[in-house]
Design a protein around this ligand. Structure first.
Ligand code: ATP
Ligand code: LTN
Length: 337
């Protein structure tokens, strides 16, 4: 029997999730459970690194759990849990901060971008990638499905793992990012030079996974297109249309080339309407499942508790090995030698 690879990914419990998150995140998480053991972590400890409301965080955590199950994560096969339920994550971050340099963290572009949007720049926003490295390394994950914006953070996690292994002895699997060929950088429909995100950019260009069909249709109708009328995937030259083609590909599973040839000479108007319908068809069943799951917070808490128990048992041996190799005294029972 071939062994199944260990897979880990994290997703922030903040704001509403977008079509970009679906494409780089949710879609990949579900696909990976076919060939590996997936640990999908709602990274609530990461959520407190930028301004937030405590009640909003509680709400966002449960809503995100509902959305993860609604997109097809199966609690029998995948481990879905909240980061704060497994103390090893906070501990690993502190230990790994000894093998991460200030200079490495200062180069992180997400820190540069996000700190510009904050009035109060928390120390946690700066050390965020260390917590993320710990998330991955604690599970000895081989594969980490993410969108393109996380490339630099994955690279850092690999560097930290290698440094730890060299300094303290072989402890961690070196993880690899899994970034889809298409749909790893979904752009804002109004500003196709900018990533689709709820934290920056024109809200009219951000399609949320829980947007109603009429809202989705309106956002696509007003999407910015490029000069000319050709439906061709050329991100540099035609960023607006290329983005819509990628969204169509993500929503239907059709390859880009077949979308191009199907709409050859068809004009922008009809294409935009068809992309909107494909996205509505993708989201509608997810939204139905989401609503029924969200109506039962007790069940969501139960599922997260089961996930946390499994995550705790899986990460514990690696955390113990980290303490031990770094030279900490192992606590023993009182009275033992
Ligand atoms: P925020 O917008 O709240 O700062 P985020 O959306 O980048 O955060 P997450 O919700 O944790 O953060 O992201 C979940 C996954 O979605 C990550 O793997 C991330 O790389 C991916 N992702 C985020 N935006 C996009 C996008 N526009 N296109 C493709 N993938 C994306
Ligand atoms: N940093 C990621 C979220 C994240 C993550 C992780 C992703 C936290 N820990 C571990 C993959 C693996 C983000 O900002 N989207």
């Amino acid at each position: 029997m071939t062994s199944r690879p260990r897979i880990f990914s994290g997703i922030r419990a903040s704001g509403d999730k977008t079509l970009g998150n679906y494409s780089g995140g949710f879609r990949q998480y579900v696909a990976t459970q076919e060939h590996g053991d997936a640990f999908i972590c709602i990274v609530d400890l990461h959520s407190i690194t930028t301004a937030y409301e405590p009640e909003g965080l509680r709400e966002a955590t449960l809503s995100l759990a509902a959305l993860l199950f609604a997109t097809g994560l199966d609690p029998e096969r995948s481990t879905v849990f909240a980061q704060s339920h497994v103390a090893a994550h906070a501990e690993a971050a502190w230990l790994l901060s000894a093998v991460t340099s200030f200079g490495e963290l200062r180069r992180m572009t997400q820190f540069k971008d996000k700190s510009e949007q904050q009035e109060f720049i928390s120390a946690g926003l700066f050390t965020y990638p260390v917590l993320m490295a710990g998330d991955i390394l604690l599970y000895q994950a081989a594969l980490v499905p993410v969108g393109d914006d996380q490339r630099q953070h994955i690279e850092l996690a690999r560097d930290v793992a290698e440094r730890f292994n060299q300094r303290y002895g072989d402890t961690f699997t070196i993880p690899e990012g899994v970034i889809p060929d298409e749909g790893a950088r979904i752009k804002n429909l109004q500003e196709p030079e900018r990533l689709m995100s709820t934290t920056a950019g024109a809200p009219q260009g951000v399609v949320r996974m829980i947007d109603r069909p009429d809202v989705v249709r309106k956002k696509f109708k007003t999407a910015v297109t490029d000069s000319g009328s050709e439906i061709r995937h050329a991100p540099e030259e035609k960023p607006g249309i290329s983005n819509l083609i990628e969204i169509m590909s993500v929503a239907t599973g059709d390859p880009i080339a077949s979308i191009e040839s199907r709409y050859d000479g068809g004009g922008y108007g009809r294409f935009k309407d068809d992309v909107a319908e494909a996205v509505v068809a993708l989201l509608e069943p997810i939204q139905q499942r989401y609503e029924s799951l969200r109506d039962d917070p007790g069940e969501l808490r139960r599922l997260l508790t089961v996930g946390a128990d499994k995550a705790r048992a899986t990460s514990e041996p690696t955390l113990r090995a980290m303490y031990d190799r770094m030279g900490f005294v192992t606590p023993g029972a009182a009275g033992s030698a």
